[in-house]
Design a protein around this ligand. Sequence first.
Ligand SMILES: [Zn+2]
Length: 150
Amino acid sequence: MDEQIESRQRPQEQLPSSEEEWRQRLTPEQFEVLRNKGTERAFTGKYAFTKDRGTYRCAACGAELFRSEAKYDSGTGWPSFFEPIAREAVELHEDVSFGMRRIEVRCARCGGHLGHLFDDGPEPTGDRYCMNSISLSLEADDAQRDGVAD
Ligand SMILES: [Zn+2]
């Protein structure tokens, strides 16, 4: 009979427990951003201008982070969102590197560095989640339907 679908989250897989394991799982470019808090160059990320409908997952662990409906063109060259898919999907941490006081945004599940949060976003939140494309993986809504077995 019909099975109740509790969540669209993928099955909880074991997360790497060391940076060395993360290094093996991620590409060098992903590792630099997600684990070393690097920043991809503006206008180079694959999602900078994407308008496809879907869910942006964490590229490191698959957790759902943002919906395309919250994405907007900030003009910065990085994919920008005015809110996460759920408040608890991301963690905020003070970041005082590079002589700036910024708010770092991390994936709440794996701790991967996603980008920074600024307060110059559009309505309704005024927030700008300035993300690195390489930290995200877009699951298009169409692909999600195709993935459903009968
Ligand atoms: Zn993650």
